[in-house]
Design a protein around this ligand. Structure first.
Ligand code: DX5
Ligand code: ZN
Length: 224
């Protein structure tokens, strides 16, 4: 099943609840929250106070994408604030298995993220302990960047490995997902589509979420 996860990074932060509601009316079923620390990525965004407020504003699952160094230190705080899903970057986790189990110990879904330069093979030994894998299709740090097409073969490979090994993690993609790129990632096997500027960038999140989901659903019909 295809799900749309609007990324609030491109939303109007002064009207966050309203923006999220509108994206949900357009079919968004997961709220993607981009947490950046100015160290792992060259940008600073939001943290647990915003997650706490969002928790009161929506019933949708909050998907917290931690683009931060030393995520273990903050995972309990995100769990308390109301996160439902937490993903951490393979590139910052020295003890990835331990970090994923830390997320699960809070009864949350645990995800791992790979940057464009990180091969899927680096995840071989954790595939059986993740709930989802997030493939970055831009270098993390900013919304509104151009989709990097190399993401598609990674998605395809992750889908293959899942069926070969009888696993059931879900595959999420993030970065540059818009009407002109969504078909490619869906056909490759992406199931959770993160989109920031394509949903919030034109001033009508409901309409634009609907359009994107429609394009994604049409692409699944063409999937071989
Ligand atoms: C980028 C973030 C993305 C970002 C995507 O570092 O992880 O979630 O919001 O924005 P768009 O959809 O505009 O590329
Ligand atoms: Zn993200």
């Amino acid at each position: 099943m295809i799900e749309l996860a609007p990324s609030i990074l491109s939303a109007d932060f002064a009207h966050l609840a309203e923006q999220v509601r509108s994206a949900a009316e357009g079919g968004g079923t997961v709220v993607h929250v981009d947490v950046m620390d100015g160290h792992f990525v060259p940008n600073i965004t939001i943290g647990t106070p915003v997650v706490k407020s969002l928790r009161k504003a929506t019933d949708l699952p909050l998907d917290c994408h931690l683009m931060i160094e030393n995520p273990d230190q903050y995972i309990p705080e995100f769990a308390d604030a109301g996160a439902d899903w937490i993903s951490v970057h393979q590139e910052v986790c020295r003890h990835l298995n331990r970090t994923l189990h830390l997320i699960k110990s809070h009864d949350l879904l645990a995800g791992v993220v790979i940057n464009p330069a990180t091969p899927v093979e680096t995840l071989m030994e954790v595939l059986d302990c993740v709930d989802y894998i997030l493939v970055m299709s831009v270098n993390p740090g900013f919304g509104g960047q151009k989709y990097l097409p190399a993401a598609a073969h990674k998605i395809r490979r992750l889908a293959e490995m899942r069926s070969q090994r009888g696993l059931n993690y879900r595959i999420e993609v993030d970065g540059g997902i818009a009407l002109d790129t969504v078909g490619e990632v869906v056909r490759a096997g992406a199931e959770i589509l993160v989109a920031g500027s394509a949903v919030f960038g034109q001033g009508d999140p409901k309409r634009d979420a609907q359009k994107l989901l429609k394009a994604a659903t049409e692409a699944t019909l063409l999937k071989v």
